[in-house]
Design a protein around this ligand. Sequence first.
Ligand SMILES: C[S@@+](CC[C@H](N)C(=O)[O-])C[C@H]1O[C@@H](n2cnc3c(N)ncnc32)[C@H](O)[C@@H]1O
Length: 245
Amino acid sequence: MEFPPYRVLSAYYDDAWNAFCRNYVDILRIGRTYRPASVLDLGCGTGELLTHIAKALPASRLVGVDLSPDMCARATRRVPTAEIVHADMRTVALDHRFELVTCTHDAVNYLTDDGALYRFTARVAGHTTPGGTFAFDFATPAYFETINKDAQWTATRTGSVRQTTTFDRLSSIATTRFLFPDGSFETHHQRAFDEEEIGVALFRHGFRDIEEFEVTADDVPAGTLVWTAILSSDGGRRALRQNRL
Ligand SMILES: C[S@@+](CC[C@H](N)C(=O)[O-])C[C@H]1O[C@@H](n2cnc3c(N)ncnc32)[C@H](O)[C@@H]1O
């Protein structure tokens, strides 16, 4: 039987897929030299990153947003000090700007519809304080074409989950089928983005000072990159005005 994305996978997620986002704590030096007073985690999943940030920054305001009610339920249980909002990160409108906005572990690639990346980046800019940081990662066409093409088996506490990805170069859409031990399955669609289109979307919405970090972790392919971008001090308004000319 087929289920929507993360309805079943949410129960397995922390067995094997949640480790990658912990790299952000080190990359950003959270709790050491970097202590943002407010953090928004878009596509927060089961709340793994927020769990670590809550430990490092117990006084900071933490908010997580996720489209999956099942992931939200888990995040709410795991990080009681964070506010978890069930919403779409393409359209979310919170009444607050955050010093740090994160979107980790390929969550950006779930923005498959045309123009979604651009709309999403506008939302991120609208939720970031001027001078604040957006930190995220994304999978490129090269990733889906080469690294992810064979079926992978991931061991979990209750059996192996089979993951198969096909990639359509013309549409840049990757389709991943997760098959669970009980025979149920989910189909996930993700769009590959290249560095240029991500860079343009960031720049157009006022983000500057883009930095790139290579991450090595057991559950991610070598060469996976994390980008950080800082919202210009005028909150990106000048960049948006320039676009309209
Ligand atoms: C691969 S998981 C990453 C979860 C978490 N950030 C981590 O690092 O472990 C992708 C997450 O993005 C969420 N997601 C996908 N599309 C979304 C959207 N449009 N708005 C909010 N969340 C979304 C999924 O529900 C899922 O929890």
